[in-house]
Each structure stands twice: as structure tokens, then as C-alpha cells.
Design a protein around this ligand. Structure first.
Ligand code: GRF
Length: 222
């Protein structure tokens, strides 16, 4: 059981002077990272992206970050296909600690992070999943939904725990599966929703409006 999560904003002493610091990890094109950076720039998120890091050297997420003048870092993932090795994990931890992040935001990060990483950033790692968890965890969730034949799928923002896509749910939104949908059309509509629900969830976390009690997250509506 998770203990009640600290009020992140209060614990980190977010003030008008000190913004909530986000470190984003991703392996792909970076549309979520871009939406989050936009939300910081517009003030929707009272925070700033202080580091973008990737396990893929030529990932779009790093190019997009550099184009925005954000710190963008490639860290070689090591010998495994599905997870980062110990050396890589230590490098990710070091980079995020050096950047003094308040929250680690996984945005299409395709390798599993180990217990050491999650203990270092306990209750401070969030992820976005392109399905309504607990349905369709794992890879290509939009394709799994289409293959299964569901009429409704969606998006889940959740805290990250040791399992694959099993942590407490922060927010969910539905996306209908339409007749004639292909994996590409469905994923594109899911991603439109992701680019709204993820910044909104991070904004609430930055304002200290979300607490975890066991498997439940409680939103303080203001
Ligand atoms: C998103 O669909 C997210 O749900 C999944 O990976 C994808 C990342 O896309 N975990 P992008 O790199 O943010 O465009």
C-alpha cells in the first residue's frame, strides 16, 4: 500500500519564485512533452520543464526539446531491450537529481525503470497510457483495443509503481472507437486527448491538489 503521498507542491515549497520542476522522459516523437512545455509556457501548469531525457539518441522528443531551448539529454539504455540497465538507471537518476526535479513525467518512455529509480522518486513518477487501465496494459494499447473489438477506449494518467501500468489512476478520459478506425486513426484521436489530460493532471499535481490514499487518488477541487 502506498502511504498518503505528500502534498508535492507544499513539500517542495512552490512559491511565486520557485516553479514546480518537471523532468520528462520519452523515447518517441514527443507530442506529449511539447504539450506539457506549452502548458508551462502559457501558465496552465505553474511549472517548468527543466530536463528532457531519452533512451533513443535521435528521438523526436529530444529534437523538439532542443528547438524550444530546453535541456535535452540522451542516455544510452544499456544492454537490455525492455528495461534500462543499472548504469543507465543511475545516469537517469543523477541527471534528474541534478536538475532538482519535483516530478518525473514519463511521456512515451519505452523502457521499464527499476525499483531503485522508483524508490528515489517515490510517488513522484507519473505516466500516460493510451487505454482505459486496467484494460490493455503494455505496448500498442490502441491496437489491442481495436483487435479486441471494444467500442470505447481512452487515456489514463497514473502514478508509476513496480508493475507495468498498474499504479494508482490520476485521471481517465474515454475515446470512442469508430467504424472504420485503423490503429493510426484511433491512436491519433487518443493522442489528441492525451495532450489535454496530461497537462491538466500535471497542473493539479503542481498545485498540490492530488493526494494518493491506497489505490485511490483524491482530487481537491478548487
Ligand atoms: C503516447 O501515445 C503515450 O500514451 C504512449 O506513448 C506515446 C507517446 O507519444 N505511452 P509522444 O512521444 O508523446 O508523441
Amino acid at each position: 500500500m502506498l502511504a498518503i503521498a505528500p502534498n508535492l507542491a507544499q513539500e517542495e515549497g512552490v512559491t511565486a519564485q520557485r516553479k514546480f520542476r518537471l523532468g520528462i522522459l520519452g523515447s518517441g516523437k514527443g507530442s506529449n512533452a511539447a504539450a506539457i512545455a506549452d502548458a508551462c509556457a502559457s501558465g496552465e501548469i505553474p511549472g517548468e520543464v527543466v530536463l528532457v531525457a531519452s533512451d533513443v539518441e535521435n528521438a523526436g522528443i529530444l529534437e523538439r526539446a532542443r528547438a524550444r531551448g530546453l535541456e535535452a539529454l540522451y542516455i544510452a539504455p544499456g544492454e537490455f531491450r525492455a528495461k534500462v540497465d543499472e548504469t543507465a538507471e543511475a545516469s537517469f537518476i543523477q541527471a534528474l537529481q541534478r536538475a532538482a526535479v519535483d516530478l518525473v513525467v514519463l511521456a512515451g518512455f519505452m523502457r521499464i525503470l527499476g525499483g531503485g529509480f522508483l524508490r528515489t522518486f517515490a510517488n513522484r513518477v507519473v505516466n500516460i497510457h493510451p487505454a482505459l487501465l486496467p484494460a490493455f496494459p503494455g505496448l500498442e494499447a490502441w491496437k489491442q483495443a481495436l483487435d479486441y473489438g471494444v467500442k470505447v477506449t481512452g487515456v489514463t494518467v497514473h502514478f508509476v509503481d513496480q508493475g507495468v501500468d498498474t499504479g494508482p489512476v490520476i485521471a481517465q478520459e474515454t475515446v470512442p472507437v469508430l467504424p472504420g478506425d485503423t490503429p493510426e486513426t484511433l491512436h491519433a484521436r487518443i493522442q489528441e486527448v492525451e495532450r489535454k489530460i496530461y497537462p491538466a493532471s500535471i497542473a493539479a499535481l503542481a498545485r498540490g491538489e492530488i493526494r494518493v490514499q491506497g489505490r485511490q487518488t483524491v482530487w481537491k477541487r478548487v
